[in-house]
Ligand binder design. Structure first.
Ligand code: FA5
Length: 345
């Protein structure tokens, strides 16, 4: 029996040594030390031995079991360490590899222009107002001195939804809405937003575009205030050396009305292809709020006066960034949009 035990011990130790992974080791443990293993069998057979032999054999079986157990544990530790080592090697980070570039987005050029204009006017004490894109005929036209059938309605080809509702053709209805809400109080607002017209799309026209409306009402508001305000706008958007020019125009809701040009930022006013050799570029329409518009909104036109303007945001962005086709703003071409990266700010 002693011989048999020694042989079992040798076999078990050899298998432990040969095991190349934790599963194989576990198989060895079950095979030799498990309940049905030969060492347990030997222990069970102790009863058949003579009382003199029993303690000696008992001690021997225990020594063999301890030996095999110790070797098993030692080998488990080695294999576990090996596994960790292998994993570490597999997952090791090569710090010399170039990093992966994280692609960041940037603000749309139109958003930038609008935010820049908002910043300027907020710094001058204006508030930002909003109005609905689906508008009532009343606010889009009638309250702006454009009654039904007025020929000047043809200046803005309109998408009608019903007889009385339409997609607003300009941001000017926000003037009428704000005046109505302020009930005779002074006003200083700008209103950026989408507008819609049945214009055919081409390099400079879109059926949907952005306008920024401005409205100031108070005591003694004069044309010179309008001019000074628009001069500050032109300088902020196109540079300190820019000049503005007011040309007589017509809008039913302002009197007098003007078109406002800015001196060409490319040639400085001498004439080039950007300004069509005139030295000037048109950027917006403006004027003194018509007394009829003030009265319709409940303002006393004898006591209060005001000015208003409407800027085409795309027009400003095209001039500022040298964009030759308005459609670039809407097609979401990443090659176009990525040129306005935030580092350029
Ligand atoms: C108006 O819309 C007036 N509401 C502006 C105004 C406001 C005048 C307050 C007086 C007082 P107008 O139709 O000219 O005006 O349009 C203003 C600007 O919008 C134009 O200068 C132009 O830059 C832009 N615009 C007009 N139509 C289009 C279009 N189809 N696509 C892109 N931009 C356009």
């Amino acid at each position: 029996m002693e011989q048999q035990l020694k042989q079992l011990e040798q076999e078990a130790l050899a298998k432990i040594e040969a095991a190349s992974n934790l599963k194989e080791l576990n198989d060895v443990r079950v095979a030799y030390l498990g309940k049905k293993g030969p060492i347990t069998d030997l222990l069970k057979g102790m009863g058949k031995l003579s009382p003199e032999e029993r303690p000696k054999m008992g001690a021997l079986v225990n020594t063999v079991r301890e030996n095999v157990t110790n070797q098993l544990e030692a080998r488990i530790t080695i294999l576990e360490e090996q596994a960790i080592q292998e994993q570490l090697e597999k997952e090791s980070i090569d710090v010399t590899l170039p990093g992966r570039k994280i692609r960041t987005g940037n603000r749309h050029p139109l958003t930038r222009v609008i935010e820049e204009i908002e910043d300027l006017f907020l710094s001058m004490g204006y508030e930002i107002a909003e109005g609905p894109e689906v508008e009532k005929d009343y606010y889009n036209f009638e309250a702006l001195n454009l009654p039904k059938g007025h020929p000047a309605r043809d200046m803005q080809d309109t998408f009608y939804i019903t007889e009385e509702t339409l997609l607003r053709t300009h941001t000017s209805p926000v003037q009428a809405r704000t005046m109505e809400a302020k009930k005779g109080e002074p006003i200083r607002i700008i209103c950026p937003g989408k507008v819609f017209r049945r214009d055919n799309d081409d390099a400079t026209h879109s059926h949907q575009f952005m306008q920024i409306e401005g409205l100031v009402i108070g005591e003694n508001i004069r044309m010179s205030d309008l001019k000074g305000t628009l001069d500050a706008l032109a300088k902020r958007m196109f540079g300190e050396e820019r000049e503005i020019r007011l040309r007589p125009s017509f809008f039913p809701f302002t009197e007098p009305s003007v078109e406002v040009d800015v001196s060409c930022h490319k040639c400085g006013g001498t004439g080039c292809n950007v300004c069509k050799q005139t030295g000037w570029i048109e950027i917006l329409g403006a004027g003194m709020v018509h007394p009829n518009v003030l009265e319709m909104a409940g303002y006393d036109s004898k006591k209060l006066s005001g000015f208003a303007f409407g800027i085409g945001a795309e027009r400003i962005a095209m001039l500022k960034y040298g964009v030759d086709d308005i459609r670039h703003f809407y097609t979401n071409d990443i090659r176009f949009l990525s040129q306005f990266h935030r580092t350029e700010e």
